[in-house]
Design a protein around this ligand. Structure first.
Ligand SMILES: Nc1ncnc2c1ncn2[C@@H]1O[C@H](COP(=O)(O)OP(=O)(O)OP(=O)(O)O)[C@@H](O)[C@H]1O
Ligand SMILES: [Mg+2]
Length: 605
């Protein structure tokens, strides 16, 4: 079902319906633009449609003539001739119908293929802000369901419309040529039948849309509760019954919507088949009187009855055109909405490419807000000469992680600049920024593939030996030896088959392969067991050697070793200096030290 496919179809449709005409025609033009590369194929499609419709209706006319020959006692030869013609018309129409479907599909799938790639490319370029504010399920649905719906809606609408138009024009042309009075009556009776079925059809579409919305809701709910983290959360809080009840509500709604939709469909079909049965009866009755009176031939009445049943569908289709068009446009519009999302972090056309960055980093009076007016960073300035280490400390929510985001250009500052080797990040190519910076975060994201592939993500050209060496250096040797398939072991979705420390070491191995001049480290807050802790510390220390390092520090050893400590509070740097000096000052750092580091020190880690 093309119309209202995917979730939130209703919103899109209302949006379109409320649009001023000018916008809608712009949307239509843009939609038509997607088909520009297919002008010749579309021309062929139109000709094919015209030919198949013409041949099909010619077949009907030939049947009528055969009936006349029968009734008039014609020669056998003329019947043979008519049959051969009929055979040609029917075969031609069927075979060309196949060709027509092929052309139609080739166009539709071609447009869809391009749209899908463009959408995917665009999504990859969108900033992190887009991903933190959109549900994954929704993004996936636009990329798959909506793009499919566009193909069905647009090519379906187009071919249906033309096919219907041709059928109506040719069939009514034939009917008026045969008998104007009977044709006129058919034309007047049609709306009486079409209107109620259209009402039922509209009702069906509403139900269909509700069903889509409900089932989208159910699947995103399932996606959340049946994922690893979701399943753990449910168990931890003993929320199985709560989740079951929530599921049951959706499940009930789907059942009743399905039944109502099917029943509406049944009424719709009943209406159509009733019409299909009654119309020939009425024409035989009415036309039969004319035949008896000698005004009409039997063949004409038979032709009429057949043509009348054929125009019903196309007539309803054309009458529905506005609705169909609107809902097709709504789907198209939702795709365009995504394609039009501005790429917040964009590479300048004349961007500088750093071939061998040294890794000097500076923040110059940087202000940044995730959402105005609350600034996450406000007037932050600091400089890290290449190869030095800076530790960021501060209470939760102070803006430490945000600093690392801006440095990776996930976001641009609202004012001030972030520089790498003296270049504003906005002047550099995105590639040179990502090549210059490596990260080891607390939450390491792993793909559901082998350990080897996950490590190789650091540098795609790395050989197996290099991956192995990086894994060893990151302290993964013991783990790999224990695994039955070694480095080829799959890590499970998001790496759930690995412990937190193991995942972090995979991240270290990745960063080693990448070998960037700038390193961002987010130290683990939870104290791991001390041997593991020491191993990771050694691996990260080795990784950090010779690189510019920004570390969100949770360990005493780190802050003591740092060239400078930046103390953040409410998005500002409130204190800065070396450990001993800051401690002696007795300010925020001193109290943080009491809370965070002193007990660790006491534990002897
Ligand atoms: N995606 C986001 N959208 C809106 N606000 C955000 C977003 N991410 C962080 N914030 C807000 O920005 C502020 C700074 O957050 P940040 O993550 O930088 O803190 P942090 O110092 O790293 O804290 P922690 O030590 O808890 O990790 C916080 O008030 C936080 O609520
Ligand atoms: Mg943080």
């Amino acid at each position: 079902m093309a119309m209202g496919g995917g979730n939130g179809g209703g919103g899109g449709r209302r949006l379109t319906a409320a649009r001023p005409e000018g916008d809608r025609s712009a949307l239509l033009r843009r939609t038509a633009g997607m088909f520009r590369p297919y002008v010749w194929a579309l021309t062929a499609l139109v000709l094919l449609l015209l030919t198949t419709t013409g041949l099909d209706l010619l077949g009907v006319r030939l049947l009528g003539q055969m009936v006349d020959r029968m009734a008039g006692g014609a020669t056998l030869g003329s019947l043979d001739r008519l049959f051969v013609l009929y055979l040609g018309a029917v075969l031609g129409s069927s075979l060309l119908g196949v060709v027509q479907s092929f052309v139609n599909q080739a166009i539709g799938q071609g447009v869809m293929h391009r749209l899908r790639s463009r959408l995917h490319d665009h999504l990859l370029r969108l900033s992190v802000r887009f991903y933190t504010s959109t549900r994954t399920g929704e993004i996936l649905s636009r990329l798959s369901t909506d793009v499919n719906a566009v193909q069905q809606a647009v090519t379906g609408t187009f071919t249906d419309f033309l096919g219907n138009l041709f059928t109506l024009v040719i069939a009514f042309g034939m009917m008026f040529a045969l008998d104007a009075r009977l044709a006129l009556i058919t034309l007047l009776v049609l709306p009486v039948w079409v209107y109620p079925t259209m009402r039922v059809g509209a009702h069906m579409r509403t139900l269909m849309r509700e069903w889509h919305e409900e089932s989208a809701k159910m699947s995103s709910h399932l996606e959340e509760t049946l994922s690893v983290s979701g399943a753990m959360l449910t168990k931890t809080f003993g929320r199985q019954e709560h989740e079951a009840a929530r599921f049951e509500r959706s499940n009930d709604a789907l059942r009743s919507l399905s039944i109502r939709r099917l029943m509406a469909g049944r009424w719709f079909n009943m209406g159509t088949s009733l019409f299909g049965a009654l119309i020939p009866g009425a024409i035989y009755w009415w036309g039969g009187r004319a035949v008896v009176g000698g005004d009409l031939s039997v063949g004409t009445v038979v032709t009429f009855a057949m043509l009348a049943t054929r125009v019903f569908g196309p007539f309803a289709g054309i009458a529905r055109l506005n609705t169909t068009l609107l809902s097709s446009l709504a789907v198209v519009e939702r795709i365009f909405e995504y394609l039009d999302l501005p790429v917040e972090v964009e590479e300048r056309p004349d961007a500088v490419h750093l071939t061998r960055p040294r890794g000097a980093v500076a923040f110059e009076d940087v202000r940044f807000a995730y959402r105005e007016p609350a600034a996450a960073l406000d007037g932050v300035s600091f400089e890290i000469p290449a190869g030095r280490m800076v530790a960021l400390v501060g209470p939760s929510g102070a803006g430490k992680t945000t600093v690392t985001y801006l440095l990776q250009r996930y976001y641009d500052p609202t004012s001030g600049r972030v520089t790498l080797d003296g270049h504003d990040l906005r002047d550099l190519s995105l590639d040179s920024i990502s090549a210059a910076i490596g990260t080891v975060m607390q939450e390491t994201y792993l793909f559901h593939t082998s350990l080897m592939d996950n490590i190789r993500y650091g540098r795609l050209t790395a050989t197996d030996d290099e991956c192995q060496a990086a894994a060893d250096a990151a302290g993964l040797r013991a783990l790999i030896a224990r695994l039955p398939e070694g480095l080829e072991t799959k890590v499970g979705e998001r790496g759930y088959r690995l412990s937190g420390g193991e995942k972090q070491r995979v991240a270290i191995a990745r960063a080693m392969l990448k070998d960037p001049p700038v390193l961002i480290l987010d130290e683990a807050t939870s104290s791991l067991d001390s041997r593991l802790e020491r191993e990771i510390r050694e691996a990260t220390a080795m990784l950090a050697r010779g690189r510019t390092t920004i570390v969100i520090a949770h360990r005493l050893s780190t802050v003591v070793a740092a060239d400078e400590i930046l103390v953040f509070d409410h998005g500002r740097i409130v204190e800065r200096g070396r450990h001993d000096d800051l401690l002696a000052r007795g300010g925020l750092y001193a109290s943080l030290y009491q809370e965070q580091f002193a007990d660790v020190e006491a534990a002897g880690v």
